[in-house]
Design a protein around this ligand. Sequence first.
Ligand code: G6P
Length: 366
Amino acid sequence: GEAELGPYRHFMQKEIFEQPRAVGDTLQDIDAIMPELFGDGAHAAFQAIDRVLILACGTSYYAGLTARYWIESVAGIPVNVEIASEYRYRTSVPDPRTLVVTISQSGETADTLAALKHARSLGMDQTLTICNVATSAMVRECKLAFITRAGVEIGVASTKAFTTQLTALYLLTLALAQTRGRLDAAAEEQAIKSLRHLPAAVSAVLALEPQIIAWAERFASKENALFLGRGMHYPIALEGALKLKEISYIHAEAYPAGELKHGPLALVTDAMPVITIAPHDELLEKLKSNMQEVRARGGELYVFADADSQIASAEGMHVIRMPEHYGKLSPILHTVPLQLLAYHTACARGTDVDKPRNLAKSVTVE
Ligand code: G6P
């Protein structure tokens, strides 16, 4: 009812603005990194594995793709991420020394549950879930679990569930790194410090809403959009494109920016906005030359840049500056403006934001 919505127009908007609280609750005043955050026996399980296999669908799959960058670079463990509905039906080569990680908001997605059973039938019985519903089938079926504290998510398009999944996956990365001797006390302290700052950092990004509304008004008349990111922000570009298509019905695609020249550049005209995630990282210079390729073809760039990215607004180049540089947690922060962009674009087009056509909140049948 109206009361539950408070000052918000839709549950999706309310849930986007709830993220500082949701991320904070998921962190639960954490003061140390330890495997036991993931349940009893996690330490032994983490020592008994040589690789990680992540299984999920939809937005949860993009959380898994992001986690691959973290786990491989911080913990040094090879990671495979698979779409549950594909994995369950393909012939793959199992390694019993695998930590199988399912990611699911609902814990009831039929394909993810079936993929988990499939992995187990192949002899992989170290299982862990990152899940938002403690009483779900997924939590019952997995040996280890981390419950995200997003709270009930009503909007069909997942928002706070995704950022809390990422928060949990970053904790998992740190715990795995620790069991590998790759997280010393100083690094642990630094990581906890930046995690504690995360809710405030998310709030600062939410304050960009008025600037994003201005962009959304321009997007409302478009029929296509391209999202670009590189490295750990490529999955965030995928998530931004998914949000936009789900609720505004604008066709959107995401590409790792280095792939532009292998196809999508052919689509670039002034009719297609190109949304670019441009944090100040080791790939920024390469990304800037990708952006020039778009500009040279008359493409309109909409760029999320760091305070210190040195990318300025110009003709055909619109820039929103992110409040801070967030290092490894940057994907979580860059998710938020893309959610707001999809949300306000959908509002401007007058779609049914909380219940987009043809989609279900939880897909419990195949
Ligand atoms: C549906 C929802 C998505 C969600 C996906 C996976 O498609 O609309 O928002 O990401 O299912 O759901 P899960 O509950 O397993 O995360």
